[in-house]
Design a protein around this ligand. Sequence first.
Ligand SMILES: [Zn+2]
Length: 384
Amino acid sequence: MRRPLVIVLVALVTPVTLVAQADSAPAPDRVAQLVARLDLERYKATIKGLTAFGDRRQGTDRNRAALDWIEAQLRSYGCGGVARLRYEYQPTSPAGPRPARDTTHASGGGRYRGIRARTGVNGDSLKQPDARVRALDAQPSTAGAREEVYCTKIGTTHADEMYIVGGHMDGIGWGEAANDDGSGTALVMELARVFSSADVHTDRSIRFVLWNNEETGLNGSRAYVEQRRALQGSKQEPKWLGMIQHDMMLFDHGMPRADGTLAATQRPEADVNIEFQASAKFAAEAQELAWAFERANEKYATDYPASVGSHMTNTDSAPFQDYVPAISLRENERGTQIGSGWDPNWHQPTDLYATYNDADFRLGLNAAQTTLAALAGLTGATLK
Ligand SMILES: [Zn+2]
């Protein structure tokens, strides 16, 4: 008796299935449509716009002018609730002799391996050969009042919950801070543009923040955490769901060679490094968030893969890591790779827009695709 029953079922099911396929396929992939709104030339133009303000060092007129320019861009994208966080910055010099630098353990908990080249911050104006850039970066920093700008995509069903997406707009080193962190700032601005489009809706909110004073010790992001952490759940501050930081997105030319030099071009196996901090209070949740970003990269990033690591450090997501799942995206791992001299332009006069080519800029674009796709999924983005 079994066989006739099977035949009947097949006869009933088959035509319906065929009709359903004809009606619904191909379902448009909303996330892919959103990701397609990112564009290499636009991303480059935003980085170029930031470099017009030189290194944007905190506490200078060029930093304040850059802040005004960023705010004007966010408004032009239609990003909601543009506002500024205000805080005081007073540099402190450590009392007593400086502790000896630990050269065996990488910052963030990783292990150094292979060849290492020297790193440091350039403080010598004469190392900048371009007189125009030297003049642009000439004004020294003055202690005092500071501001940083943010705007928010308001969610339609859970406006009171948000992801925070950041990059730092200040730089140092007598260059143009094109990579550190023009590349991360431009990424955040491009995402603000795409999500602020009138036909894009998200269930949950997204706050786009351009931190100031990162280079002096994460003072801008710390100020945000101090001022707003306790306000979560009130009318003034949605509940934080996660914090995603972007810092130095362009350059992955590999490990230094034995003579300390680096490859002139992006290595073909370049990747986006997604890091969480294994010692954070929210390490398990942050790791889960990191893998969600890795999956988004697998599906939607056009050129470069992502790698997940556990040593997030020295970046604006750190002040958040014990309160909320926090991750960072970067061209290399911060502790073991950047710390080993994998980016020779880091805090140097060579961090100029002209230093990078399309293979470099494309790594930053792939990081933007990764974060945009992951956020679209996490916030329930739809296109109308
Ligand atoms: Zn940076």
